[in-house]
Design a binder for this molecule. Structure first.
Ligand code: SF4
Ligand code: SF4
Length: 573
């Protein structure tokens, strides 16, 4: 059977056919569609987890019980999951356990561009790296077999280009059901000294056996063209190399950790000059050089360590042109959507000279409208903690801003810690009832999920349980109460919280739109300084363009009553 699939869809299909019982993860571009796609198969128990760490721990319980499990996340999510990941290498698995991680070279939608292959080295587990959707499908299926055969969790490393590019996939279309028996084995699964000594030695042994078996597994391949030059490559870089140098001998590495040096040495002997083309860090290059293979790559200045590669850059590099960095995201023209429920609160905050710890989510786009509104954005859950640290250090009030999904992901321990530290902060939780940055996935605070019958957890209840005494929920388009709520919070000593409640503008049903009566407008600029990107200055007048979703926020700031709303129903009438 054949189908045009993205890499993420191919991973989902491969996992489905491999008989995966549970698929879980936390939304994160570019990996989100893996779980969304696999959730369409009724045989698979697919559900989002609260964060990547709990996702991997949950999946490891499934694996331990004898069934296969897939976990999917973006690269920064793997940092959150790194504790169970590294320890799972020691315990090993029962049912196959595969962690699909998608990196974002160029940082198109991420806070960094780390190279997740390095986790293979840190955890000492195999890392497979497909170079297109066909391989994403095949590698995923094989990863479950490899996991069970060598008693190891497997990291499947994708990058943005692999995750989001569609190509033809030939697939079997049949699902295998795989169950293994569970037998309690504390000496294998309880990590406590002195068991750990044996588990550590066992890991080395399992990895060494795996390393020796790499050629027979068949995921690496040599394409010998008899050329003087030879190129070692992996992942998406393989496609760029083939496009740029169709007549050059290529060694494609599908298992990027560990390396089987013998087969690479054999390939290197067939060429006079050996190059390495890989995206992100010099991961493979460093391992080859450490084992005495002379190869030219990033350390020789051939290619950059930063940014996405492409065929053009590779061609330039091989022509001797210095490439300082690859393709990087430089577009700062993304703004909060018109009608975004965060516009009101940020338009109020941006005039305050107070430390504001921001967090990960689309509300960070507010900095493109109000450049000084957020002092920091570090990682999931950090805004509250950084505000707490700042307040303790400076002896003054600070604000921590966090979204609803991020609050459940890792904001709760931050609240507990701020309470314990006796910080003096106002917590602002932006509750738009979804995980909006990644396309609108449900979470435990929405009462919805990929599976039915969810119970909604109220943010207020959690805050009260954490010991926060003053908690207020305020409508996102109620400017007066937002102003008062912030003021009250800043005057309250200790920790207080306000929850700004408003449905994400992307998912909200539009009920009308606003327009400006030019003859009533006195050009005061109040509407423009609100920060909604649907309001524009057009020569000597102000206009509202057709991106307006009729939220009504601008009506509240226009003292001239020059802004009117037309309801869609009234248009049809
Ligand atoms: S009503 Fe005003 S603030 Fe709301 S989306 Fe339209 S222009 Fe923007
Ligand atoms: S707030 Fe009202 S009066 Fe002021 S510029 Fe906008 S439309 Fe004109």
């Amino acid at each position: 059977m054949k189908s045009l699939l993205t890499g993420n869809e191919a991973v989902a299909l491969g996992a489905y056919e491999a008989g995966v019982f549970v698929a879980t993860g936390y939304p994160g571009t570019p990996a989100t569609e893996i779980i969304e796609t696999i959730s369409r198969y009724p045989e698979v128990y697919a559900e989002w987890s609260v964060n990547e760490k709990t996702a991997l721990e949950f999946a490891s319980g499934v694996s331990l019980s004898g069934k296969r499990a897939l976990v999917a996340m973006k690269h920064v999510g793997l940092n959150v999951a790194s504790d169970p990941l590294i320890n799972l290498a020691y315990t090993g698995v029962n049912g196959g356990l595969v962690i699909a991680v998608s990196d974002d070279p160029g940082m198109w939608s991420s806070q960094n561009e780390q190279d997740s292959r390095l986790y293979g080295l840190i955890a000492n587990i195999p890392v497979l790296e497909p170079s297109d959707s066909q391989e994403a499908y095949i590698f995923t299926k094989m990863a479950f077999d490899i996991s069970e055969r060598f008693d190891l969790p497997i990291l499947l490393r994708l990058t943005r280009a692999i995750s989001h590019t569609s190509s033809i996939v030939n697939f079997e279309g049949e699902r295998r059901e795989v169950y293994r028996k569970y037998t309690s084995n504390p000496k294998k699964n309880v990590l406590i000294p002195p068991y750990t000594s044996k588990q550590r030695l066992s890991l080395q042994r399992r990895m060494e056996i795996f390393r020796q078996e790499i050629p027979s597994i068949g995921l690496n391949s040599a394409e010998n063209k008899g050329s003087i030059k030879g190129i070692i490559t992996s992942g998406i870089s393989y496609q760029y190399v083939k496009e740029t140098f169709p007549d050059v001998s290529v060694f494609k590495i599908g298992i990027v950790y560990p390396l089987n040096i013998q087969e690479i040495k054999k390939f290197s002997e067939s060429c006079i000059e050996l190059f390495i083309v890989e995206e992100s860090s010099s991961f493979i290059e460093d391992m080859l050089k450490a084992r005495g293979i002379e190869v030219k790559g990033k350390a020789n200045g051939l290619l950059p360590e930063t940014g996405e590669l492409n065929s053009f850059l590779i061609k330039e590099a091989f022509q001797g042109n210095y490439i300082k960095y690859g393709e990087l995201c430089r577009d700062n023209h993304a703004f909060l959507c018109p009608g975004c429920p965060y516009i009101g609160v940020f338009s109020e905050l941006h005039n305050k000279s107070i430390f504001i710890g921001g967090d990960i989510g689309c509300y960070t786009l507010a900095v493109h409208t109000y450049p000084n509104v957020i002092d920091t954005t570090l990682c999931m859950g950090s805004g509250i903690s950084q505000a707490a640290g700042y307040s303790i250090s400076q002896g003054e009030k600070a604000i921590g801003v966090i979204g609803d999904s991020t609050f459940f992901h890792s904001g709760i321990p931050a609240v507990l810690n701020a309470m314990y530290q006796k910080a003096d902060i106002l917590i602002i939780i932006l509750d738009n009832h979804t995980t909006s940055m990644t396309g609108g996935q449900p979470h435990i605070g929405t009462g919805k999920g990929l599976r039915p019958d969810k119970k909604r957890l109220l943010i207020e209840d959690i805050l009260y349980s954490c010991g926060v005494e003053s908690v207020k929920r305020i409508g996102a388009y109620d400017l007066r109460n937002i102003k008062t709520g912030i003021m009250d919070g800043l005057l309250t000593s200790g920790i207080s919280a306000i929850i700004i409640d408003g449905e994400c503008a992307v998912h909200k049903q539009k009920d009308g739109f606003c327009y400006i009566e030019e003859q009533e407008c006195n050009l005061c600029n109040s509407c423009l300084s609100l920060g909604c990107s649907a309001i524009i200055r057009d020569g000597n007048s102000y206009k509202i363009n057709d991106r307006c979703n009729g939220c009504g926020l601008c009506i509240q700031v226009c003292e001239q009553n020059a802004i009117k709303k037309k309801y869609i129903n009234s248009i049809y009438r």
